[in-house]
Write a protein that binds this ligand. Structure first.
Ligand code: HEC
Ligand code: HEC
Length: 278
């Protein structure tokens, strides 16, 4: 397998890097392939995984929202979007404050496990990154027009009841993803597929093959939706083969949208927070 193909199929840039570097050491002739495979800018990758940010977003809504507010600025002197704190600076400080609270103030201690505290920090940091990024400050109305028009995003995605169910519903995507992540999802779709958005291929005992987006899976069964928007449910005991695919059907819009159009689409997506009335 050549380096480019392998890197395209991996969902983890860091792994690709490690593999590419080890190959560089063993076969110097593939330097060019590696350079192409690594054009995904590492600096544009979010520091935290989007799964962490999503978990943190849910924890925030249930545990912190009531005092810190939807934009993280309800407590005077503390503003998560602006990265403004009273005494914490590092991620380690944040982890500590979330565990111990701030004695003598309303900020309560908690007993989240390490993973959940880490996810909360990921979310707080992502609020800041999103507010800082130029990509999140385009024109949302124009972004919506591109989404529904020239981008033809609705041919796969659904927003507030409009569009296809073939790809993930984006009605809440702005509440759980950062600007950087959304940008990457559009220009470099293969690099950031979440486990819950994986495609699966099954082969039944009769030998028929079905491919589609996995909706649910438990120990006994799997449900998926194919490219014709047909739902399929299979008992695993009826299947000869079940493979999770690491590729995506989403095309890259890298060369199809200008930088300004991309910023507009990302800004539109950031505005989608599951509040249909807006
Ligand atoms: C009952 C209200 C309340 C809840 C719930 C709450 N906080 Fe706070 N939080 C506060 C107050 C008040 C402060 C300001 C404390 C101070 O004056 O130093 C604060 C401060 C903070 C700070 C900043 C500390 C600093 O040095 O500036 C962080 C970070 C923070 N909270 C995170 C969280 C997280 C994460 C959650 C949810 C897991 C949460 N808070 C839940 C009231 C709350
Ligand atoms: C041919 C179908 C197709 C088209 C057209 C398409 N997408 Fe996608 N998109 C997908 C699939 C499948 C996924 C899930 C797998 C993945 O992450 O690549 C996805 C994932 C995404 C995600 C990540 C969602 C999440 O929660 O992580 C975003 C954001 C997104 N698409 C935006 C867009 C935008 C904006 C457009 C139009 C400019 C578009 N897509 C066009 C199929 C499509």
């Amino acid at each position: 397998m050549d380096g480019l193909q392998e890197a395209n199929q991996t969902t983890d840039v860091a792994h690709a890097l490690v593999r590419a570097v080890s190959r560089l050491v063993s076969t110097p002739t593939s330097v060019l392939t590696i350079a192409i495979a690594l054009t995904i800018p590492l600096s544009a990758q979010p520091h935290y995984s989007s799964a962490d940010v999503e978990t943190g977003s849910r924890l925030y809504r249930n545990n912190c929202f009531v005092c810190h507010g939807p934009d993280g600025n309800s407590i005077p002197g503390v503003d998560f979007r602006r990265g403004q704190f009273k005494r914490v600076a590092s991620d380690a400080d944040l982890l500590r404050v979330i565990a111990s609270g701030v004695p003598g103030t309303a900020m309560p201690p908690s007993n989240f496990n390490d993973g959940n505290r880490f996810a909360l920090v990921a979310y707080l940091r992502s609020l800041h990154d999103t507010a800082q990024s130029a990509i999140g400050s385009g024109d949302p109305a124009h972004g919506k027009a591109i989404f529904e028009g020239k981008g033809a995003c609705q041919s796969c995605h659904r927003v507030n009841g409009q569009g296809s169910r073939v790809a993930p519903d984006l009605s809440e995507v702005g509440g759980i993803r950062t600007a950087e992540y959304l940008e990457q999802s559009i220009v470099n779709p293969g690099a950031s597929i979440l486990p819950e958005h994986r495609y699966a291929r099954v082969i039944t005992m009769q030998g028929t093959t079905y491919t589609g987006r996995r909706l649910n899976e438990d120990t006994q069964s799997i449900q998926m939706i194919d490219t014709q928007e047909q739902l399929h449910s299979f008992l695993k005991s009826d299947l000869k083969e079940l493979t999770l695919l690491t590729t995506t059907t989403m095309p890259s819009y890298k060369d199809k949208l200008s930088a300004a159009e991309l910023a507009d689409v990302v800004t539109y997506l950031l505005s989608l927070k599951g509040l249909e009335s807006q």
